[in-house]
Design a protein around this ligand. Sequence first.
Ligand SMILES: NC(=O)C1=CN([C@@H]2O[C@H](COP(=O)(O)OP(=O)(O)OC[C@H]3O[C@@H](n4cnc5c(N)ncnc54)[C@H](O)[C@@H]3O)[C@@H](O)[C@H]2O)C=CC1
Ligand SMILES: N[C@@H](CC=O)C(=O)O
Ligand code: NA
Length: 439
Amino acid sequence: MNTLHIGLVGLGTVGASVWKNLRTQEELLARRCGKLIRIERVAEKNRERARLVGVPESQIVDDWRMLACDPSLDVVIELIGGTEIAADVIWESLSHGKDVVTANKALLAERGQELAAFAAERGKRLLFEASVAGGIPLLLALREGLIANEILSLHGIINGTCNYLLSAMASRGIAYQEALREAKELGYAEADETLDVAGHDSAHKAVILSALAYGFWPPLSEVHTEGIQKIDPLDLHFAQELGYTLKLLAILRSHPKSREIEVRVHPTLLRKGHLLSSVNGVFNAIAVRGDIVGETLFYGRGAGGDPTSSAVLSDLASLARGPLPIPDIPSPAERESRFSLRPMAKILSRYYVRFLVEDRPGVLAEIARVFATRKISISSVIQPEGHRGETVPLIVLLHRSRESDVQEACRIIETLPAVKKPAILLRVEDLDGEDERSS
Ligand SMILES: NC(=O)C1=CN([C@@H]2O[C@H](COP(=O)(O)OP(=O)(O)OC[C@H]3O[C@@H](n4cnc5c(N)ncnc54)[C@H](O)[C@@H]3O)[C@@H](O)[C@H]2O)C=CC1
Ligand SMILES: N[C@@H](CC=O)C(=O)O
Ligand code: NA
């Protein structure tokens, strides 16, 4: 039987699972792809780690260059992470005529367009199913399953670590640091966990999703990104009370009339009862709305060695089966010029705003007046009972309004003598009426 010869660079959480699972699934994959898929050589700078994983000594090298330029290899898998050496690994491997598989969303978000163009120029393939939503075959669905649709919107819980943390804090009541320690131990977090909790990892994935859904690579530095580090348990509590669950969401929405794409990442209140609100732990879920299919939902484990390795193996199987009759990414040159990134100030959303105010008559009326002068309408208010003269939280839910108006109103409200701290502002998504929003 023909063999696809693989070089694997990086044998950490994901790499070790790829090594293990490719061995257990070798026969099944050969049957389904008509080719043996075999890892011939592994480059891992920590030799001891490679030995512990069970890689025979004769197959381990320290220097990835030996794989990139090995003429006997067809494919190089990059699983070291980071954006510098990893870029060299991919670049060199493509230059030496190899197809490349990677899970490196940080690198793809920064340089994906350039790397994909280079691969295409060389007649090689760059595949990265594992880079978004771990084991969920989401990129495949966007590329093939939904090919007949214009993608109207996409709402995704696409960081397993953050979802694990938020779920653990809300359901088990454990502290943020303790939940983070658990997520690290389970192999979910990035080597630098700030990438997860500050929302950057979700932003990386959102950029990749935009490339797949629209052929548009938004500049990473311009994607509005907020993380979960500053989430106050108080807001988890009030969100619950108001009938919402707090999730870190990536939101993409197309606005064909203005040729703009909305791409943003921030903690978001979702009405309890929407399927995304009950996605917990390391699970990811992505609601994709297409113009003819309507709403679709993809669910599965978004991080961890085994689920992520399932996506890497699917890319290898795709290479073993031969090239697709359609490009892996919609032709950027043609579509890129059609879109720009919608500025955050222009987005429309519902909002949850928490103020800390003096508990005295007239305060609510003063705040409501500021919103009213900007034509921002309040949908509900809660204020736990306090003692006169003391400070109390005041939570205001707003109907759909423009981001810049809400921000401006909050800045003015913060100057009122009765308001004691900067406002906490969270966006609320209902996910109903999505069709009209994409205009
Ligand atoms: N852990 C997860 O759940 C997921 C990770 N990813 C991505 O997969 C990639 C790998 O992630 P993990 O396996 O979690 O990382 P890891 O930190 O567990 O593993 C990286 C491995 O690469 C090795 N390495 C680093 N530099 C090297 C070099 N120059 N030459 C040879 N070996 C080198 C390290 O010694 C380590 O064993 C990253 O890009 C990450 O963002 C993607 C989806 C899920
Ligand atoms: N750190 C990431 C790993 C998968 O992409 C996450 O937690 O989702
Ligand atoms: Na995936």
